[in-house]
Write a protein that binds this ligand. Structure first.
Ligand SMILES: *Cc1c(COP(=O)(O)O)cnc(C)c1O
Ligand SMILES: [Zn+2]
Length: 386
């Protein structure tokens, strides 16, 4: 099974997140060129490892739709990963990871997972489907609709009084050779970034070539890193002629990776206050900064760049995407569409924005405008048609 250390290029023999000889991150790489060809010909999972249980629920192969009603100069497509089984892209990694846990060849029997909100319901769903014991750790104050999903799957939820980083460190302390830490970061497990490579395979299958840019909302960044890795494999195999540039999107209130890209220096943890409501892409990386550095490396290797957006801009684009394109995305996902306006993107570029999570995840329940219809049906007719 070709899992390889990305730093010292050693093949690993036992499945682990971190290389025993150098501390680098481990990821699956497809060594069979035919499988890469199959992966861009409508079978993206051809270039994934296979494990015991088939837990398929429709993850991946999400729609690619043109977003041409937003008055953006470049040609922009939205990759609607919000339409995965639990309504976020996290299902790509969860399907592979939970399948690995069920495999008789691996030692894991249970799963612990820290989450900013979307990893938890995703892992919980696949754990339920496979009958694997699972526990979820979330920061106090996480969106109720996301926790309702976890509860529906019968998986226990534990809150941690702190940030996502504190949840992650707790999960690392619980994990062992029998309990897998399924947190969606490179340093916890080798499956998540490996599975996210399928985004690249699907985009090449759908567009017939690589786009100029892919804009990606980033916490620690295994979606960006995995997508870039998929393109790099295709590029090295001569299947695509150009390598797309990755645009790393974070929030003003916490953007350690974008800060490092801008200053051309290594990523440092975000030590200041975290000032944002867009929690899915506000990861301070405290205690696992190497994860952020791995993502920065992918951005630099792709000749990409980063952009940090304020909450008002992200919320405005969330509304525009829903009202003008009909695509209801959670704010963290709309950030990737907002990022298309970045200076580095040229008007004649083709851009894919990864729409990572569904709007129903974070509905604005309290301040929806309604008006009584009264009993004058003619008035409503006039409102509709003038
Ligand atoms: C997890 C998540 C992200 C960030 O992805 P990472 O690769 O884990 O940094 C972005 N958007 C949404 C909706 C997410 O759930
Ligand atoms: Zn190594």
């Amino acid at each position: 099974m070709p899992f390889r250390c990305q730093a010292c290029v050693t093949m690993v023999t036992s499945l682990q997140a971190i290389c025993e000889s150098c501390g680098g991150f481990v990821r699956y790489e497809e060594s069979d060129e035919q499988r890469l060809v199959d992966a861009v010909s409508g079978d993206p999972s051809a270039a994934l490892p296979t494990f015991g249980a088939d837990l398929y629920m429709g993850e991946g192969e999400t729609p690619l739709v043109e977003l041409d009603r937003l008055d953006l100069a470049p040609t922009v497509y939205g990759k609607l990963d919000s339409l995965n089984p639990t309504c976020s892209f996290k299902d790509r990694g969860s399907a592979l990871l939970v399948s690995a846990v069920t495999d008789p060849e691996t030692t894991w029997k249970g799963i612990v997972v820290a989450s900013t909100g979307n990893t938890a319901p995703s892992v919980a769903a696949y754990a339920a489907r496979s009958g694997t014991p699972c526990a979820v750790l979330v920061p106090t104050g996480t969106s109720l609709s996301k926790l309702a999903q976890v509860a529906a799957h019968g998986v226990p939820i534990y809150t941690v009084d702190g940030t996502f980083s504190d949840c992650f460190q707790f999960a690392q302390r619980v994990s062992s050779d029998r309990i897998l830490n399924a947190t969606a970061v490179y340093s916890a497990n080798p499956f998540v970034a490996s599975a996210n490579r399928t985004v690249a395979f699907e985009l090449v299958a759908e567009l017939g070539a690589a786009p100029d840019w892919v804009t990606v909302p980033v916490g620690a960044g295994p979606l960006l890193g995995g997508t870039h890795a998929g393109f790099a494999e295709l590029y090295e195999a001569g299947i695509i002629e150009t390598l797309p540039r990755m645009l790393c999107v974070q929030v003003d209130g916490c953007h350690p990776i974008v800060r490092a890209i801008d200053r051309d220096e290594s990523v440092r943890p975000w030590s200041g206050e975290i000032k944002t409501e867009v929690g899915a892409i506000a990861d301070p990386l405290r205690g696992y900064v190497a994860d952020g550095e791995e993502t920065r490396r992918a951005v630099v290797e792709s000749d990409g760049t980063g952009v940090a957006l304020d909450d008002d801009t992200i919320n405005e684009w969330t509304h525009r995407l829903a009202a003008q394109e009909g695509v209801y995305a959670e704010p963290a996902s709309a950030a990737s569409v907002a990022a298309v306006t970045a200076d580095a993107v040229n008007p004649d570029d083709t851009v894919v924005a990864l729409v990572t999570g569904h709007g129903l995840k974070e509905p604005e329940g309290d301040d929806i405008d309604t008006a009584s219809v009264g009993d004058d049906s003619e008035a409503l007719r006039t409102t509709l048609l003038g």
